[in-house]
Design a protein around this ligand. Structure first.
Ligand code: SF4
Ligand code: SF4
Length: 397
């Protein structure tokens, strides 16, 4: 783990950490596992120890020994058992960019070949199949067949003003496939000229970031950008906050990039979506990558309030303090039991509000919470914001 892999700023930030432990108090992984080793402060201390043992001057002065293979593996296990929710970063009084640090750390551990075996599966699936689940990429648009009236072109059109990137989770998981169906129906009802990329869409690359495999990313970026450009579209819409984040932060493009709540709000404000009364009380879960990551807090709430009859009650921890659902950071692949424990804590918090439905703006949050709710036969409706709007569409039978 050569120190040169970290920027000067990161090295200064590591040194600045005061061990105040505020980051540990909000960590969903450490809380659900009741294991302080999963917290940011522990990870920071381990990272500093490890870097000092690697750097010649430090090791000479301090007499540090490099960690044994077993110690390194144990440490790596704690590093990958993290949802990358960035709640630690949000509360750090020194403003240390912890999420970026965790991503750099994962990359270094992968280069050192100290990583959970599931990372190899992510690498292989993406290299061979272009989606994180290892499914046939030609079947990305199969969800269209489940629509009541699938259009003859299956929404794959030669040109359109808007490209809708569905993301891997919505494309392949039955629990999440209602999301693209709902958004396609809203766009149809609102007269939006849009297209899918079909099998030309590859994974956005977000799992590569979380797996420390960013050296593979360029092919994915180039493919997706070329596919969108071929459609001559000006706008790209994402119902997945992780895809949205990847495009905003790593695609280097002038295209207009909109998350689903931002896009829906434009449609609502311009009166393009015909909405009927929907009597329902909901609470709203801020997805980590959309909320803390992109600071999109108000738009989904404005969309919810625009649906006549819908009442919004807030969670005790909301907006920048919202507790992760357990679905991020590839945790579900690395430690599904821990992901389920975090989902339980989230669902318990939702149930305590008394709202019969929770709305979010993320396919992975929907899948994580819905899986837990179904498995435990809990009476709670889990909806993506596009499903909420679809339920209120005037044309809805
Ligand atoms: S990113 Fe989230 S899960 Fe990971 S250490 Fe920080 S608070 Fe914990
Ligand atoms: S909150 Fe920041 S300063 Fe405090 S222990 Fe965590 S990383 Fe260090």
């Amino acid at each position: 783990m050569p120190p040169s892999k970290y920027s000067i700023r990161q090295l200064i930030e590591m040194d600045a950490c005061t061990n105040c432990r505020l980051c540990a108090d909000v960590c969903p992984a450490a809380g659900a596992a009741m294991n302080g080793e999963l917290s940011a402060v522990y990870r920071m201390q381990g990272l500093k120890r490890h870097l000092k043992s690697k750097a010649g001057v430090f090791s000479k002065l301090l007499g540090r020994r490099p960690p044994s293979a077993e110690e390194l593996k144990h440490y790596a296990d704690t590093v990958f058992r993290c949802t990358l929710c960035s709640n630690c970063e949000e509360v750090c009084p020194l403003g240390i960019r912890l999420k970026e640090l965790w991503l750099s750390l994962r990359g270094d551990l992968v280069r050192e070949e100290a990583y959970p075996s599931k990372i190899d599966m992510i690498r292989t699936n993406l290299a061979k199949r272009r989606n994180v689940f290892g499914e046939d990429n030609a079947e990305r648009g199969e969800w269209v067949e489940d629509m009541r009236k699938p259009p003859a072109d299956r929404y794959v059109r030669p040109r359109a003003e808007v490209v809708y990137i569905t993301g891997c989770v919505s494309a392949y998981f039955p629990l999440a496939q209602k999301i693209p169906i709902a958004l396609a129906e809203i766009m149809d009802a609102s007269g939006v000229d849009f297209t899918l990329l079909g099998e030309e869409e590859w994974c956005c690359g977000f799992p590569l970031l979380g797996a420390g495999l960013m050296e593979m990313f360029e092919d994915f970026r180039a493919q997706n950008l070329a596919a969108v450009k071929a459609k001559r579209a000006a706008t790209v819409v994402f119902a997945c906050p992780s895809c949205y984040q990847m495009w905003r932060e790593h695609y280097r493009t002038d295209l207009e990039l909109l998350s689903a709540p931002e896009f829906l709000l434009q449609l609502v404000r311009t009166g393009k979506v015909p909405l009927a009364e929907l009597p329902l009380t909901v609470t709203y879960h801020d997805p980590c990558d959309l909320g803390r990551g992109a600071r999109v807090f108000e738009e989904p709430r404005e969309v919810i309030r625009a649906v006549p009859g819908v009442k919004l009650v807030e969670l005790p921890r909301s907006r920048e303090n919202c507790m992760c659902c357990g679905g991020g950071g590839n945790l579900e692949m690395v430690d599904p039991d821990l992901a389920a424990k975090i989902a339980k804590a989230k669902v318990d918090e939702v149930l305590a509000t008394g709202a019969p439905a929770v709305v979010t703006s993320c396919q992975q949050c929907v899948r994580t919470m819905l899986s837990y709710v179904k498995r435990n036969k809990i009476q709670l409706e889990v909806l993506d914001i596009v499903q909420l709007v679809r339920k209120a569409l005037k044309s809805s039978p």
